[in-house]
Design a binder for this molecule. Sequence first.
Ligand SMILES: [Cu+2]
Length: 524
Amino acid sequence: MRLMNMQKAITKQQLLLAGMLMAALWFAPAALAAVPGITGPTFNLSARAEYISQPDGSSVYSWGYGCSVAPSGFAPSAITGTFCSNMQVPGPTLIVTQGQTVVVTLTNNLPNAAGNTSILFPGFDVTSSGAGSQRGLLTQEAVPGGTVTYTFTATTPGTRAYYSGTQGDLQVEMGMYGAIIVLPSSTPGECTSSIHSSNSSAQSFHGESNYRLAAAAYNHPEACYDREYILQFSEMDPRIHHEAEQQALRTCTGCMTVATEPYVPAYFMINGRSMPDDMDPNYAPQYPHQPYNGNPHMHPGELVLLRIIGQGRWQHPFHEHGNHVRVLARDGNLILSSPNPTDPNLAGPLLFTTTTTPGQTIDGIFYWTGKGLNWDPYGHNPASGSTLACSPDANGYNTGGNAYQAINYFEWCQDHNKPLQARPMGDVAGGGPATLPDPTIFANGAWFGGSPYLGPDATVRAVGTTGTTPPSGTVANSPTDEAGFAFMWHSHNEREITTNNIFPGGMLMMMLVDSREFVINESN
Ligand SMILES: [Cu+2]
């Protein structure tokens, strides 16, 4: 939410505790994200109708792409419980490597009344064939029951959309879209030899696996990353889906006449799910046709690649709380300051909201370190200063030597040992350490563990109203709890954070910054 307007009325402490930043508790096993998909380069897809679920309890008749036969594999390989049903929204994320010849065969299993269907692969030079196909307005189309095969070379890396090229106002609305990710055929040495190999050392030191698809999004030293997520934005008008469901019963071929205007969407989805469903795991069995989630986790200092796609008809101003997103590329085109290959500095903007455009993709880098909080989020205090070191590197962060083994790897050393201060916003006179809110007037729970500090033992490092720790007697923050900082990532068009006009819902998720000793497990 946009809390800035409230800052004048409440103290910094209240602001931070109440809204922007909450130490979170997760009772369930962490539901994690990565960028799950199927591997090729040959894909056999079907287009068909099924029902997808919304958190208001409705089942929405939809069309989508799925696997007509089992895919050759799933990625990242460490993910368990994978499946590719014969229809899903979004369609399967197709993962290939630069230079491969990609062959996609599509079988049209939509209702006869829906007529032909197809797939567009913008950004690639596609040839098509198929006995059960016809030339359409934009591409070769599969007739009802027929197949069409698209062949192209994955010439350049990056994130791109694919979607129906047939009656797009209806078929894309019905759910016929997906993502194709081309991994670079080579990655810069910097991405495995620089501080981000230290980051990998931090991951392995803490027993964490690597769930990246590659070491870099592009063959460019500033495109290294440590973790990645995909976010596909779309919206649905249930009136259109209801009319299509009724007309699907007609026995004539290609005879549907569903009006796609006026357009009044009620569901606003990320990766085919609305909040809170998007925070359930990938491949959760309760969503057989919506396998992908939206639930980013990261450690301080990690470079997180966001693969963002506008898949609907509307723009969505998505706000990644916690930092700006540095744009690497749009539509798979790396944005450089100069065409001269010897002087290729990144020139993409830093965006406050990564506003999606229908059909457009953004690859961007997000990170969070706690710089500028003005307190030590690791919960050190002057008395415990001897237990953790913080040696600033040239950028002020604790990264040198064996710092990757410390829980305060990437701490902003200027705030080391600073307690959370009790003083009004804008008051530079200072004050004593803050006293946390009385738990009887401030609800601790799933999104606030009673402590302003990171880490599974964060509660016992915080001082409560009684002057003792833990501050609240809350059930939150047992030693095995996640106790990360939860940042809301959401559409800044606030009607879009509703589900059928009920808040909260829609395009909303929580991004969790987890202390280093909490193992981020993205295997399910
Ligand atoms: Cu916001």
